[in-house]
Design a protein. Sequence first.
Length: 312
Amino acid sequence: MKRLIGMALCALCAGGPLARADSYFVNVAGLGGEADYEQRFEALAADLDRIARQTGPGAHVTTLSGAQATRGHLQQVLRDIADQAHPDDVLVITLVGHGSFDGTQYKFNLPGPDLSAEQLASWCERIPASRQLIVNTTSASGGSVKALQRHDRVVVAATKTGTEKNATVFARYWVEALQDPGADTDKNQVITALEAFSYAARKTAAFYETEKRLATEHAVFEEGGRSEPVRTASADGDAGRMLASFALVRLGGTATTSSDPAKLALLKQKEQLEQKIDLLKYQRAAMSPEDYRSQLTQALVALAKVQQELDK
């Protein structure tokens, strides 16, 4: 029993099920204002598109850039996803470009009317996917976190507040992290959102140090709508746990597993068990210690058995 539970814990640490259920990726390159920024934003969005399409047969990818990156087009894309997605699916939205914050409201700069964080949040509310990740890499993106946070959502922002208004470099390093095996710090052949965040935040800080410039951006993340945004995972693993559950890129043999039809049923079952364990941890305070231990043990043992089948 102890060996099975230990195996299950290792499986949990190997990265969550982002690419194992159907996953809906939406990448948006906003208004650049200058030719250099336009080209840069569109190139980053194109990289994100390519990376997402390599995650497996369950990936549904939409990328909006240039004249197509309007508020109306994005709304329609999210409406379509709301009609198609199921509760066990995953939604990942990445915003690249410029943002603004007037002290009260954050807006993502798009051709035509800008998009407020409140509008984006309301559209995402209609999407039944129970695991959602919004990565806002724009300037002033810290001002969007409060409007976007929700119990089943992780929000990443390139800046800690809406007052950090300079163009960011975080987006560049976020995309780089998804292509650099070095971002896989635990060497389990999976790059999680937490690993990508840590990589990008570290590279961003090094950029300003190398350039001998005052840092004008400090990336943060918020999980589950329960707290203030933080800049690093906590030592006890509480802050960063949800972020770490999103497996964004699979390297080497793990990528083959997620595209093998014979493994898809087991991967789906594993995803459901991992989600159950996450939910139990959130409900722990409202449960008796005995009930919590019993349900957690059952879930961990079941997860270990599924992992054994996957490893055959």
